[in-house]
Ligand binder design. Structure first.
Ligand SMILES: [Fe+2]
Ligand SMILES: [Fe+2]
Length: 292
């Protein structure tokens, strides 16, 4: 078998290329807490587009039901290491973008801009904390996981893939598409079983949800767990898997999403001024150390 080059395993020059591409699909309808216009967000060249396409090809090919089960077994044991929240942010920040070091914000800045935009709009403090933590799961990359198993739109596995998922044509390459157990509308699930009984493709959403599930209220957990499930919260797909609780929680996922997508600004918040608030917020909800 031929050895894969790193660019073949990880086609994105930066994890942000995925999020930039999401922005071209769902541009900011009215700019909230941002100084950049939608047009500015959309300005990037075609080579980046190609790498996003290549990225989704890998994601859609390899995210099988079985693959997800293996990753859950491994990472959801949380047996790697323990870190304080501040050590965890430092760790996450080791993820640097080599594509555009001048203008790209580090991971912590994206988290802080998200949480500050939520705070500025007067939402509850647990939602501010959700904004601050929502991408912590990206540390999976630092544990050696490929990009396609960390970021990208998430979707249910174990049943037919929606054709509203971006680049859905690549699901033809996924072995589950040919498996009669998994390739029907409901697959292994029952109608209306609720998302809690549905296994999602593996990535940073599920990982951070599992990390936070004992500490934050239910709407926060939906925001964390489903923030990249665009075919649900933006396209309205998979209605047949939902229960009343999911339908109730959808409004929270929708409330959160614009803060994630549209809060990026080249101006960093003044950390010295706000760090006291965040130290208190973290102490209020989270334990001394997080397990990874
Ligand atoms: Fe995310
Ligand atoms: Fe994010």
């Amino acid at each position: 078998m031929k050895e894969l080059k790193d660019s073949e395993i990880n086609p994105l020059a930066s994890l942000d290329n995925w999020e930039d591409d999401v922005l071209t699909r769902y541009p900011d309808p009215e700019s909230i807490a941002t100084t950049r216009s939608t047009e500015e967000y959309r300005q990037y060249d075609d080579p980046a587009r190609d790498t996003v396409r290549e990225f989704y090809k890998l994601n859609h090919t390899y995210q099988t039901y079985e693959f997800v089960q293996e990753k859950r077994k491994d990472f959801l044991a949380f047996s790697r290491e323990e870190k304080t929240i501040w050590e965890a942010f430092d760790f996450l920040n080791q993820l640097v973008d080599d594509s555009d070091p001048d203008t790209d914000l580090d991971q912590f800045q994206h988290l802080l801009q998200t949480s500050e935009a939520i705070r500025a709009d007067g939402h509850p403090d647990w939602m501010v904390l959700t904004g601050l933590m929502h991408d912590m799961g990206k540390v999976l990359c630092l544990f050696g996981e490929p990009q396609w198993a960390v970021v990208g739109d998430t979707f249910p596995v174990g049943c037919a893939f929606s054709d509203k998922i971006v680049y859905s044509e690549f699901f033809a390459l996924n072995p589950d598409s040919n498996n009669p157990k998994y390739n029907t509308k409901l697959g292994i699930y029952e109608e209306g079983c609720g998302l809690r009984n549905v296994t999602m493709s593996w990535g940073h959403d599920e990982y951070v949800y599992q990390m936070m599930k004992d500490y934050l209220p239910e709407p926060a957990l939906y925001m964390l767990r489903y923030h990249s499930f665009y075919s649900w919260h933006r396209e309205g797909e998979y209605g047949y898997l939902l229960d009343d609780h999911d339908r109730e929680m959808l409004k929270w996922v929708k409330l959160f999403n614009p803060y994630d997508l549209y809060s990026k600004s080249p101006v960093a918040p003044n950390w010295e001024e706000i760090k006291g608030y965040y130290h208190e917020l973290i102490a209020k909800y989270l334990p001394e150390k997080l397990k990874f």
